[in-house]
Write a protein that binds this ligand. Structure first.
Ligand code: FO1
Length: 542
């Protein structure tokens, strides 16, 4: 774990597995603490490791009594105070490891006046706190969870008495440590409000290229680091069909549960702008801004710029709306700042107030190209310019050999409680995602948790050229053919009721089959299909 990931993903962990912390890890943490800076290099920190047992229990009990007394003095009612104290006892007695951080007052300079005496004392308090933060980071980097407890500041006399500390060791805090039994997602307030520039132009952090805010377990999202919540659900998505599925899931899941991994094979450079159609379609749809009929682009968008571009002889076959252009211009600006696509997407998503994570399948350039009798066509040339007319001989993903999944993609697939494959085009939109290193292997291993919603209804694709391509491949455009194509990764399949006659044949592939109306014409439809998919893989969310 590198320093940036340690800093940005450390959380206060309060629930631990019932498992001892190996002694060698304890020394690793203490050594890290010992290398903190300290005022005048006095190294005033002292550590007391309190094992589980009678002394720890007596300490917890005596401190709880002090807490109750304090709370009653504040006017708390007896029951609430005792409940709070009982929780405190539980925390202190069940933590596998309890480290007391103390300050040795021998290290504090003596002054005649109160002002400098207080400053000399606080210098050592700060030094012990710095050692504590090193210890917390080291615990996290070692795969442990830890939490600083400030209670000893309110009951230092009790801690000294029960643990029989040397008289100059003044308790500063407890740190509980153990193997994490919880995952924590925590917010940070806006940093900008806490920063004042004096004679210094403080640029908004959004636009400065602070590359270190990435970390391999996810990307920095508006000051909120996502550790993957236990309710997490991952959707593999292409464009329009996938976006509807994403909206259906987003509507019924807890806000931070959904991660959408999106195809980027359709991406291309157009009049100097980087276009990511599937990412934008998913993003606009989750933000409720998408054009309801077309599916792509923004509702209410105008095409003034496109018209002007046409007058200059620029291509207008790929219709870029005026509001849509803002997305491409910002994507271009941030790319020129060195931001990877995953970070740009995260920024755009956060700016549109979307709480789901939207991850491009890769940050590397992968381009889907279509081999046709008219030659090998770039994707949008085939899809939009030639309106999907040329027969498809083969689909290739240029750049795939050196592409890696984007940060967070593999973690999300490993950690997800369920993985939904959207009713997108398998050949054009889903195969690119599955072709990335290790993606298909994770889905094969986790097959039981994987469900696909049929992209074919009644022998034709809901949107796009799927049925046509299946025929060009000599396949019957039937859901059964799709289920068979992905039989190695599907544990369940959501079949449209118009194709119910194929249920047994699909079940015979070893999948659970749920039959429902899979057409998603409105929000209720989308929620129904989303529930059917979650039911098919037994995903119960809280
Ligand atoms: N699809 C079209 O058929 N015609 C267009 O002019 C068009 C413009 C467009 C602009 C931005 C964008 O994000 C998507 C756009 N699409 C258009 C859709 C896009 O080509 C497809 O949705 C995906 O590439 C296929 O999944």
């Amino acid at each position: 774990m590198d320093i940036w990931q340690a800093i940005y993903t450390r959380r206060s962990i309060r629930r631990y597995e019932d498992r001892e912390v190996p002694p060698d890890l304890v020394w690793e943490m203490l050594r890290a603490a010992h290398w903190a800076p300290s005022a005048h290099n006095r190294q005033p920190w002292r550590f007391v490791i309190v094992g589980r047992g009678p002394r720890r229990e007596e300490l917890a009990r005596r401190m709880a009594e002090r807490l109750v007394a304090d709370l009653l003095q504040d006017g708390w009612d007896e029951d609430a105070a005792r409940e709070r104290a009982a929780r405190s006892i539980r925390r202190l007695t069940t933590a596998p490891l309890l480290i007391v951080l103390a300050l040795d007052t021998d290290t504090v300079d003596a002054y005649e006046d109160e002002r400098r005496q207080r400053a000399a004392y606080l210098m050592m308090v700060q030094s012990v706190a710095l050692a504590g933060q090193n210890l917390l980071l080291a615990a996290h980097a070692l795969g442990l969870g830890a939490c600083w407890i400030c209670a000893p500041l309110f009951a230092g006399d009790i801690v000294r008495a029960v643990l029989d500390l040397p008289p100059t060791w003044e308790p500063q805090g407890f740190i509980t440590v153990g193997y994490p039994a919880e995952r924590v997602v925590k917010e940070r307030e806006d940093l900008e409000k806490k920063v004042l520039g004096i004679g210094y132009q403080v640029l908004s952090p959004q636009w400065t290229s602070n590359a270190h805010h990435e970390n391999t377990t996810g990307t920095e999202i508006s000051n909120t680091q996502y550790l993957i919540p236990d309710t997490s659900l991952v959707l593999l998505s292409g464009g329009v069909g996938g976006a509807k599925m994403a909206a259906g899931l987003y509507a019924i899941l807890p806000p931070d549960a959904l991660t959408v991994i999106v195809n980027t094979g359709d991406d291309f450079e157009h009049i100097g702008l980087p276009i990511s159609p599937d990412l934008d379609t998913v993003m606009y749809t989750l933000a409720g801004l998408n054009h309801p009929e077309r599916g792509w682009g923004l509702a209410g968008d105008t095409f003034q710029a496109l018209e002007m571009l046409g007058r200059y002889g620029a291509p207008t076959w790929f219709q870029l709306g005026d509001k849509d252009l803002a997305t491409h211009i910002v994507r271009r600006f941030l790319r020129d700042q060195g931001w990877p696509l995953s970070r740009i997407t995260d920024h755009l998503r956060a700016a549109l107030g979307i709480h789901a994570r939207i991850l491009p399948m890769t940050d590397d350039p992968v381009r889907t190209v279509i081999v046709t009798p008219d030659g090998t066509l770039p994707f949008q040339e085939y899809f939009v310019h030639r309106r999907q007319k040329p027969p498809v001989r083969e689909v290739r993903f240029e750049g795939m050999e050196s592409a890696q999944p984007a940060p967070g993609v593999l973690d999300a697939l490993e950690a997800a409680r369920a993985i939904v494959i959207a009713p997108s085009n398998p050949y054009l939109s889903l195969d690119p995602i599955l072709a990335l290193p290790r993606v298909r292997e994770i889905l094969q291993r986790r097959r039981e948790a994987v469900v696909m919603v049929s992209p074919i209804v009644g022998g034709k694709a809901i949107k796009g050229p799927l049925a046509k391509i299946m025929r060009e491949y000599g396949e019957e455009p039937l859901p059964l053919a799709v289920a068979r194509y992905y039989r190695d990764i599907l544990g369940a399949f959501v079949l449209d009721e118009r194709d119910a006659d194929q249920k047994d044949a699909i079940a015979a592939l070893g999948m659970r089959v749920v039959v429902t109306d899979t057409l998603m014409r409105n929000a209720d439809d989308r929620a129904r299909v989303a529930r059917a998919a979650l039911e098919a893989v037994g995903y119960e969310h809280p």
